[in-house]
Design a protein around this ligand. Structure first.
Ligand code: C5P
Length: 229
């Protein structure tokens, strides 16, 4: 049986991938999967069970994530990541996790482990998955590929707003710096670096209303999957 379509949405930190992916999935009756949450869960496990981050080795991190375990569970139109059988909630967005997640995401053993979870979760398709390498590595045969970008300062403003923090110019500059540092690590790593996939449609959301970027992705999906339920 042929699988249903897969929509891959990649892009740098804070470009609106997850919120866009969730809205597109809702509109199409697909399931949303935030792959970054799985990398965050791995970082959370490493922080809780291994020594100082500078000493982490790929095999040990992947081993800890496999045992802990990090798992995914589908339900109600979305996937949830589980750590030790329970949803980790806000811990995934903690500063410590955000700081160390790019370190574990650069490890080949960790990427193999996470890719296994992502591919088995989406085996039947009907999925909107967002991340950094979904269109390049995880699902290179995705029916629709989107690369979402936005100016760093606009991304910083959105991130601060999301977290209910004040966004004076100092705060924006600091947040933009942190986002760009993470992008640099994600774009320059040896394994599955952040890059626009061949065949991906670039959408710059800097000046776009949220509804408009959602509309554009839905239009691409309808065009690509015309006749497919
Ligand atoms: O999307 P989010 O910002 O939550 O992702 C957190 C981190 O997980 C990214 O900075 C990146 O290092 C890693 N990641 C990845 N590949 C993906 C998704 C996320 O390397 N497909």
């Amino acid at each position: 049986v042929a699988r249903r379509p897969i929509i891959a949405i990649d892009g740098p930190a804070g470009s609106g991938k997850s919120t866009t992916a969730a809205a597109v999935a809702r509109a199409l009756g697909y399931t949303h999967f935030d792959s970054g949450a799985v990398y965050r869960a791995v970082a959370l496990v490493a922080l809780g069970s291994l020594g100082p981050p500078e000493t982490w080795a790929g095999a040990a991190v992947a081993g800890a994530a496999g045992r802990a375990p990090v798992a995914v569970h589908a339900g109600g139109g979305r996937f949830v990541v589980l750590v030790g059988g329970a949803p980790p909630g806000d811990a995934l967005r903690s500063d410590a996790v955000t700081q160390e997640v790019s370190r574990v995401a650069a490890m080949a053993e960790v990427r193999d482990f996470v890719n296994g979870l992502l591919r088995s979760a989406a085996v039947d398709g009907g999925v909107v998955m967002d991340g950094r390498d979904i269109g390049t590595v995880v699902f290179p045969d995705a029916e629709v590929k989107v690369f979402l970008v936005a100016d760093p300062e606009e991304r910083a403003r959105r991130r601060l707003r999301e977290r209910g923090r004040t966004s004076d110019s100092d705060a924006i500059a600091m947040e933009a710096g942190a986002l760009q540092a993470r992008d640099r690590r994600d774009s320059t790593r040896a394994v599955a670096p952040l890059v626009q996939a061949t065949g991906a449609v670039l959408i710059d959301t800097t000046a776009l209303a949220f509804e408009e970027q959602v509309r554009q992705v839905i239009a691409l999906a309808r065009a690509a999957t015309f006749g497919v339920p």
